[in-house]
Design a protein around this ligand. Sequence first.
Ligand SMILES: Cc1cc2nc3c(=O)[nH]c(=O)nc-3n(C[C@H](O)[C@H](O)[C@H](O)COP(=O)(O)O)c2cc1C
Length: 378
Amino acid sequence: MTQILEIRDLKALARRRVPKLFFDYADSGAWTEGTYRANEEDFAGIKLRQRVLVDMSDRSLETTMIGQKVSMPVALAPTGLTGMQHADGEMLAAQAAEAFGVPFTLSTMSICSIEDVASVTTKPFWFQLYVMREREFVLDLIDRAKAAKCSALVMTLDLQILGQRHKDLRNGLSAPPRLTPKHLWMMATRPGWCMKMLGTNRRTFRNIVGHAKSVADLSSLQAWTNEQFDPQLSWKDVEWIKERWGGPLILKGILDPEDAKMAAKTGADAIIVSNHGGRQLDGAHSSISMLPRIVEAVGDQIEVHLDGGIRSGQDVLKAIALGAKGTYIGRPFLYGLGALGKEGVTLALDIIRKEMDTTMALCGKRRITEVGRDIIAE
Ligand SMILES: Cc1cc2nc3c(=O)[nH]c(=O)nc-3n(C[C@H](O)[C@H](O)[C@H](O)COP(=O)(O)O)c2cc1C
């Protein structure tokens, strides 16, 4: 096996180990995938200032995100169907994050349920909420997240309707996969994945099935999802969610300074500058290119986080230097999970930690909390 030294290596291994329809689900953006690519590429255009002969000993990446201590400012982003990258994926990723000292965010559209994840973790994790039309179900989700002692609610704002990802349509994506010859072949060529999947009974959307009224079985789930995401979601909804939840609230999917100003007025604890990893509005700017404008608009009123395109510790450091207080990784941890299960998620985090630490030192800083715009070269 080739040595795994960077996130790209985990991606290559995941491609060999995860059935094509699920690997492609992670590695895709909307339509032309232009925004998906820009998220990654725009980091490369930001240059760092090399400094010498400054004390580089005794370094620390420790900081806080919404007042909660983190070993480095990198959380795991909420991702749907994570339990299809690897059996029991959400439970394994949550355990890896907990051991690493960073937040894990469970998606509404996860395979393992809130209760599943709570049963294998000892510290609070975060829960991501999609606001569905069936408000009773939304209220029930919030109550379940409270009962599981989740320490933040991440409300996603950029998926009122679903962006089109061509690969998912071409692959006939579903969870669990259908048993057509095409899908059977995709699975049969990944025997390790199949063996592990046969060893778990978590193969469907366990936050939803058995909880949402209109979903009794899987065949109605696709229809339910299509009709359930609420196209009329508004700032007023943020208010009642905030009130009902009563705990730390993070608003995810802000890409415009005007929206950031609106978000700051809600009294939420943080916003995530995000375009959903390039999976929604193709043609939108990359997250990192919008970060400075959003920080300028609201940075003194609300904590600003960022996700999208982070593939290294250097990318995290650049986001922090440009004003983010925290970041999230989606695909990097999914590739780790698909490649090597829990160990792969730990490896992804470790690769990012080492890259961040070395880069910080070579930029002449010893504490992540001291990193600012002065490490960015003009
Ligand atoms: C496979 C996949 C599934 C996702 N599912 C969700 C989801 O259920 N809820 C959500 O708020 N965001 C979801 N996202 C978006 C991520 O939370 C995050 O914004 C994005 O992955 C960040 O970009 P990155 O993958 O380049 O790190 C998903 C992203 C991916 C790649």
